[in-house]
Design a binder for this molecule. Structure first.
Ligand SMILES: Cc1cc2nc3c(=O)[nH]c(=O)nc-3n(C[C@H](O)[C@H](O)[C@H](O)COP(=O)(O)OP(=O)(O)OC[C@H]3O[C@@H](n4cnc5c(N)ncnc54)[C@H](O)[C@@H]3O)c2cc1C
Length: 392
């Protein structure tokens, strides 16, 4: 019987495995961990802009050297106005997802009691008082704890927690990868990631351009319940035309769902917990979830390790993960979702005068996970206050 079975070798699953192991061996316990992924090369097919926020780089500083672009500038385009926010330091990197997966898997490969089964799809799971059972195409595994790190279409979320999909909680993202020379990329984008807001860029969300070493990723995301009658491809084409890049080669076209609910109500059950997209741990304003998946994985791993070692009542111990997550990030993500709802409803009425630079900086920081929604709201109130007392 495995101590922990982790379904999914994305950033959430791999960082959970790493964390369970590290926290356990520190207390002289060598946990038997199984990580299963249906892909032979996890991350390779995953549609993603590839931006990783600073928060994750603080955890894995050596990731920076595998980046295909280091980001020191954010450009925000809104209602025909362009705001540039410069940072002194690297605030994010753009990276290929299979390189991120390889980086984490190489760490896992060194751990002798962690087994990584790739190319094996999980079909069905169940949990009872004496353990968890996981059914793959042709094998059955037994474990003490099950981690659902299996992404937005999580089988574990569906079978154990009984959640069904609500279109209002999901975003649809469509993205193309456009081959460009390094010089053109540097000339047009430098070290900036671009974010486009407003109805002309997305029917209910935003669009982005993230430069990589030899290509750029141009994408558009929108709340799934609000895209009826819209063709997201036309928004991406518009951005391609804006830069006059219509003759450049599209090397990949991809679309996928991203959870934008701001978090699930329950992410732990008896012997089971959810991490990453499976737990809707994604920032609704930016759709960024890699850094949150890593942080949630590290937290989940620590709690699982304590629970294995101290042999407390499992449901009680695993509940700690949900409680701590909610205090640290859950509340913030729910506030962010409220902000998204507000911007979708009233965004076009937000005044864009010259004195808004401070607020834009805060907004850029929020996109990069460097500040909280609460801080942004405080800045907005302060700007309104200045407006009143200075009379502009
Ligand atoms: C178009 C797009 C662009 C994005 N851009 C960004 C970005 O720039 N920055 C950012 O931070 N976030 C971005 N995101 C969000 C980000 O991709 C996710 O939040 C992140 O990948 C979550 O990691 P995860 O480990 O939870 O899930 P995933 O990365 O989805 O990993 C889940 C893993 O589980 C495996 N799996 C699933 N089902 C099974 C099964 N039945 N059996 C076995 N294995 C299974 C999958 O193969 C996969 O490897 C983007 C999302 C989309 C759709």
């Amino acid at each position: 019987m495995y101590d922990a079975i982790i379904v999914g070798a994305g950033p959430a699953g791999l960082s959970t495995a790493l964390s369970v192991w590290l926290h356990s061996v520190r207390r002289d316990y060598y946990p038997e961990i199984l990580v299963i992924d249906k892909e032979k090369n996890p991350g390779e097919k995953k549609p993603c802009g590839g931006m990783i926020c600073k928060m994750a780089l603080n955890i894995f500083p050596s990731l920076e050297k595998f980046s295909s672009k280091k980001i020191r500038q954010v450009r925000i385009l809104y209602r025909n106005r362009r705001f540039t926010v410069n940072f002194d330091d690297v605030v994010a990197i753009n990276i290929d997802r299979h390189i991120l997966a390889r980086f984490l898997m190489q760490k896992i490969a060194k751990l002798d009691t962690v087994e990584l089964n790739l190319g094996e799809s999980i079909q069905h799971v169940n949990a009872s008082s004496d353990g968890v059972t996981v059914y793959s195409n042709d094998k059955i595994y037994r474990g003490k704890i099950l981690v659902g790190a299996d992404g937005v279409f999580s089988i574990i979320r569906k079978e154990i927690f009984g959640y069904s999909y609500d279109l209002d909680e999901l975003g649809v993202a469509y993205q193309v990868r456009l081959r460009l020379s390094r010089n053109t990329i540097d000339e047009l984008f430098g070290d900036a990631n671009e974010f486009y807001y407003g109805k002309e860029f997305s029917p209910a969300g935003y669009a982005w351009i993230f430069p990589h070493r030899d290509h750029i990723r141009i994408g558009v995301g929108a709340i799934a319940s609000k895209i009826r009658g819209y063709d997201l491809r036309t928004y991406v084409r518009k951005l391609i035309m804006k830069y006059n890049l219509q003759n450049e080669k599209i090397i990949k076209e991809e679309a996928y769902l991203v959870p934008l609910s701001g978090g699930s109500k329950r992410i732990t059950a008896h012997r089971v917990l959810l991490v990453g997209d499976a737990a809707h741990q994604v920032a609704p304003l930016s759709g960024a979830g890699i850094h949150l998946a890593i942080i949630a994985g590290l937290l989940a791993g620590e709690i699982i390790s304590r629970c294995l070692i101290k042999r407390r009542r499992l449901s009680y111990s695993l509940k700690q993960y949900e409680r701590i997550w909610n205090c640290l990030y859950g509340i913030e993500l729910r506030w962010q979702r409220r902000l998204v709802n507000f911007l979708l409803k009233r965004g076009s009425k937000v005044a864009m005068d010259k004195k808004i630079n401070n607020l834009i900086r805060k907004f850029a920081e929020l996109l990069l996970g460097l500040t909280s929604t609460y801080d942004l709201i405080k800045s907005w109130i302060y700007t309104q206050f200045l407006k009143i007392i200075r009379g502009y």
